[in-house]
Write a protein that binds this ligand. Structure first.
Ligand code: HEC
Length: 466
């Protein structure tokens, strides 16, 4: 009896456990608790992975391979961590969208929303830092692309990129820094914000579904209790069982992928981020030239600002979907855009290889052939010409003459980039000497002086002509 008293059972623990939640709370309310439990899986599996993982460029990939192939159940643990991370991003996103659609962020729950929005960003950060750790091709490339995005920002851009990378380029410092952020910094932030988030939820309770339906005046209670325990917890455990079951199935039948070790020669390797970043990756491809900064700076900063401001600029003081048509339209449009961009990214409907910029003066036969190689090999996956037609992972191809590049230099670069720039991240291309010569000739034709203006032509036409 005195033990119960000493741990504050009657005064603190019991009220916490049996806390009354609003009557008629729906199934969607379990999403938040599911996020917390899924985070638990990630912590547990992450601890096991850390027993074996070595954060250094020469050992990281081997240690991950060792975990997958040698450690008993290692493949399952790694699979759970990998798929669990994806599930976590998905669950947090759903939780956020449901909260938004329900209008549950309205006063007095602004604090709950704000801490939740930060938790969302922290989870995205955990994803970004996590997928570098296997140090495979995908990891390496996705990080190069991601870390270089801020480098074009005015003033502080270079500093931000160097801070992320731990130097001028990718190195062991990038890996150790990502490891520390992934396993120490962000989980600590996550726990802190989760604690505040839960405090706010306890303080203001979940939003009452009857408010959403009825507006200002609440209908009378029906007297059917809905408590944190046992009603809410039993629903949550059922949902969690489904999540865990799905994760085990995924881990067992689709092992977490591990591509070739970073820096391996793979001809025509095209970098891609993890699926939950694909929509952003796709979005960036729509901005080129003078609009680049709009896509890489204004959009993300504006997006985060909007996310944080939601409770303060909402159209109505009313909750529920029918009472907030504008918010509803914005929310559903956003979800549709994310889904649409993801599908576009995977169906390779990227605008990057739709058109290519050529000089207005007629091309020689050689240059014409080089243009076809440029299109076929999808160089525009990483290179723009005059700020158009491609991504910006690499330099703009219209600068080659101005930089004093010769045909020989260009051929050598394309054949084996590391022979010219040891730290190069461009894939090497196995092309015939003829193709290399043609390609170099084409690149050198991209010299836009007076009288030579850039014209955009369709890549489909070029391939048809061939
Ligand atoms: C996966 C991204 C990627 C692809 C695809 C790619 N490049 Fe590159 N390229 C780069 C990067 C990044 C650089 C900048 C320095 C480096 O890391 O090599 C570069 C540099 C270059 C350079 C040297 C520029 C200079 O000023 O020295 C040339 C030339 C070049 N690329 C041509 C091509 C051609 C031609 C193709 C298609 C056959 C191609 N690239 C495909 C990423 C790529």
């Amino acid at each position: 009896m005195s033990f119960k008293k000493n741990i504050g059972w009657e005064t603190h623990l019991k009220p916490f456990l049996y806390k009354k939640l609003p009557e008629g709370t729906g199934w969607s309310a379990i999403l938040g608790t599911l996020c917390a439990l899924t985070f638990g899986i990630l912590v547990l599996t992450g601890m096991v992975l850390a027993f074996y993982y070595v954060p250094s460029p020469d050992k990281a990939w081997l240690s991950v391979q060792f975990i997958s192939n040698e450690v008993p159940m290692g493949n399952i643990v790694r699979g759970l961590h990998h798929w669990g991370a994806g599930a976590m991003v998905l669950l947090v996103f759903c939780h956020l969208m449901v909260t938004y659609l329900h209008g549950a962020y309205l006063a007095p729950r602004q604090g709950t929303w704000l801490t939740g929005a930060f938790l969302f960003l922290i989870v995205l950060g955990l994803g970004f830092t996590g997928y570098l750790l296997p140090w495979d091709m995908k990891a390496y490339w996705a990080t190069v692309v991601g870390a270089n995005i801020p480098s074009q920002y005015p003033l502080v851009g270079g500093y931000i990129s160097r801070f992320i990378l731990g130097g001028e380029g990718m190195s062991g410092f990038t890996l150790t820094r990502f490891y520390s952020v992934h396993t120490l910094v962000l989980p600590a932030c996550l726990l802190l914000f989760a604690a505040i988030h839960i405090y706010f939820i306890r303080l203001h309770n979940l939003s009452d579904p009857r408010e959403r339906l009825a507006g200002e005046k609440l209908p009378p209670e029906t007297g059917i209790p809905y408590r944190f325990f046992p009603e809410h917890m039993s629903r949550t455990m059922l949902g969690f069982g489904v999540v865990v079951g799905a994760l085990f199935l995924l881990a067992a039948f689709i092992p977490a992928p591990l591509e070739e070790k970073a820096g391996t020669f793979i001809a025509d390797y095209l970098p891609r981020p993890e699926w939950y970043y694909m929509w952003l990756f796709q979005l960036l491809t729509y901005f080129s030239g003078a609009w680049e900064m709009a896509g890489s700076l204004l959009l993300p900063v504006g997006g985060v600002a909007l996310l944080l401001l939601v409770p303060f600029i909402s159209e109505s003081r009313m909750k529920g979907m029918v009472n907030r048509p504008i918010s509803m339209a914005i929310g559903t449009t956003f979800i549709l855009c994310v889904v649409f961009l993801t599908v576009m990214a995977y169906s390779d409907a990227a605008p990057y290889n739709k058109t290519v910029v050529i000089p207005s003066t007629p091309l020689t036969k050689e240059q014409q052939a080089g243009l076809a190689v440029f299109v076929e090999r999808e160089c525009s996956y990483c290179h723009n010409i005059m700020g158009k037609g491609g991504h910006r992972t690499g330099p703009d191809m219209s600068n080659m003459v101005r930089k004093g590049r010769t045909a020989e230099y260009l051929s050598n670069y394309i054949k084996k980039p590391t022979s010219i720039l040891a730290s190069s991240t461009m894939p090497a291309y196995e092309l015939t000497p003829q193709e290399l010569a043609d390609l170099s000739a084409f690149l050198l034709s991209l010299h836009f002086t007076k009288g030579v203006t850039p014209v955009e032509v369709s890549t489909a036409d070029i391939l048809k002509k061939k």
